[in-house]
Design a protein around this ligand. Structure first.
Ligand SMILES: *Cc1c(COP(=O)(O)O)cnc(C)c1O
Length: 483
């Protein structure tokens, strides 16, 4: 497998930032968050976003596909808003040349609030209402129809009101699932898109295009976490072959854009980013060269792979105890910020890093311990028997790689408040203070030095108790008494 060895070595140099840099920035941010009082006994949990890391991920994604397509090939990277539904994040990505993939009226509203232009927005939900479709078509947002009934609705709408929206159809190449059933979109019975291998389905799809000259895009999303890269490539290849067949039958390049979806898996086991967007793009280039030879425009819809590694949950250890000889750190991070990990720990293991009460990485012998959350059920654990330096009362547990589908996906169990989310940048980011402030040596620097080298911006305020009451029917206290 010397080929893969080369690919990996190549990847390390060019496709991604040094994972150590990311870890150093994260440690600095944790230290600074404690020193600056962002997290403290009264605000015992926060989410942190590494702005430098997000910018660099966006740049590498763009570079990855530029490297495998001829200059001038239209490529829209539409970030899957569901992975991080936060307006400042969408705005940051917009500035980095990334659009938005939305799948609900709420996500579309967020993308619009962030200023993502309609031409950089793609609507993909499997349950679009007539009102949603009408709005998208009026705005000129790209729409991927999920099924024949939705296509019939679009037929009627475009007949009565012409649209500038590029319109496509989502297909399910039925290539099979990955290791996580709930996230596998390309199984034989997945609810998404037109199931291509079903009897008569392929012919129906081809005819649907021949009947509708304005149907110019083809969409498939064969994700997600737990899918081997090779399987994703097979899904894209099947989609490309269908586009070629349709264009052949039409006798023209009717399908001008292929939307390959997102779904690149993320390595939750270390700071290493693997696979990279560039590895995926190169694999597509060698396996589906026709897709990238400039005849087709491209849309991608990556979510997790852009954001996961750039977020950290930082939670205070409220109490440290033991039960049946097992040490337990009772923290403020549990099911409300990590629902997937708590309910399906085998599919969604997360790394945890131990910090002391001053926000410095803890050292000492590893001790198997449970990292528990604040919710009132026994299974509210982020990790069981995890070997870590022993966490003590007042220390901090950092839950790593939680920038996508974690702290931005609050689950209001026990009416636990949504934590505040803060973006951070370290001084090195400006290129000004590369030597003095924040090199690896800065770890050993003074506390003040560490704190000053990190700047925070509020992305989302912590939820207040007044908001919890208001969102829980507080203004309708007597609503049920009068029935
Ligand atoms: C969820 C989703 C994505 C993003 O998936 P990731 O695994 O976060 O990259 C992209 N496209 C569609 C249609 C989706 O449903």
């Amino acid at each position: 497998m010397s080929d893969q060895g080369t690919e990996t070595a190549h990847a390390t140099e060019m496709d991604r930032e040094d994972p150590t840099d990311r870890a150093v920035r994260r440690d600095q941010a944790v230290r600074a968050a404690v020193e600056q009082g962002l997290v403290d006994p009264a605000s015992p949990i926060i989410g942190l976003l590494d702005v430098t890391g997000i910018r660099s991920a966006a740049a590498s994604l763009r570079a990855a596909f530029e490297a495998v397509t001829p200059p001038g090939t239209p490529v829209l990277h539409a970030f899957a808003v569901k992975a991080s539904p936060l307006v400042p994040v969408l705005r940051l990505l917009r500035d980095a040349g990334i659009g938005a993939e939305v799948a609900s009226p709420g996500e579309l509203a967020l993308a619009r609030a962030a200023g993502v232009p309609p031409a950089h927005t793609v609507l993909d939900s499997p349950a679009k209402t007539p009102a949603e479709l009408r709005e998208a078509l009026a705005l000129g947002i790209a729409v991927n129809a999920d099924n024949p009934q939705e296509l019939a609705r679009i037929d009627a709408m475009t007949r009565s009101a012409p649209t500038t929206s590029p319109i496509g159809l989502r297909v399910n190449p039925q290539i099979g699932g990955g290791s996580i059933g709930a996230l596998s979109t390309a199984t034989a019975t997945s609810k998404f898109g037109v199931a291509l291998l079903d009897v008569g389905a392929r012919e129906w799809v081809v005819q649907a295009y021949l009947d509708r000259p304005w149907l110019t895009r083809l969409h498939a999303h064969s994700g997600s976490q737990g899918m081997p890269l090779e399987m994703m490539v097979r899904g894209v290849a099947a989609t490309y072959e269908l586009a070629e067949e349709i264009n052949g039958r039409a006798g023209r390049q009717q399908i001008d854009t292929i939307d390959i979806g997102g779904g690149l898996p993320v390595n939750f086991g270390s700071d290493e980013e693997t696979p990279t967007h560039a590895q995926y793009a190169r694999r597509l280039k060698s396996r589906v060269p026709g897709l990238l030879d400039g005849r087709y425009g491209l849309v991608t819809e990556f979510g997790r792979s852009l954001l996961a590694k750039h977020g950290t949950i930082l939670a205070r250890v409220e109490y440290a105890k033991t039960a049946g000889t097992r040490p337990i750190a009772v923290t403020h991070a549990g099911v409300q910020v990590a629902a997937r990990t708590v309910y399906a720990p085998a599919s969604w293991p997360l790394r945890i890093a131990a910090f002391d009460a001053k926000g410095r990485p803890k050292s000492g012998p590893n001790v198997g311990q449970d990292i528990a959350g604040p919710a009132c059920f026994a299974g509210d654990l982020l990790a069981e028997n995890r070997p870590l330096p022993l966490l003590e009362q007042g220390d901090y547990a950092a839950v790593l790689d939680t920038g996508a589908y974690y702290f931005a996906h609050h689950y209001s169990y026990n009416s636990l408040a949504r934590p505040g989310i803060y973006g951070f940048a370290t001084k090195t980011d400006t290129g000004v203070d590369t030597v003095a402030g924040t090199g690896p040596g800065a770890e050993a620097g003074t506390a003040a030095g560490a704190a000053e080298s990190v700047t925070f911006a509020t992305v989302r305020e912590p939820q207040t108790l007044e908001e919890i009451v208001a969102e829980s029917g507080g203004a309708r206290r007597d609503a049920l008494r009068d029935l």
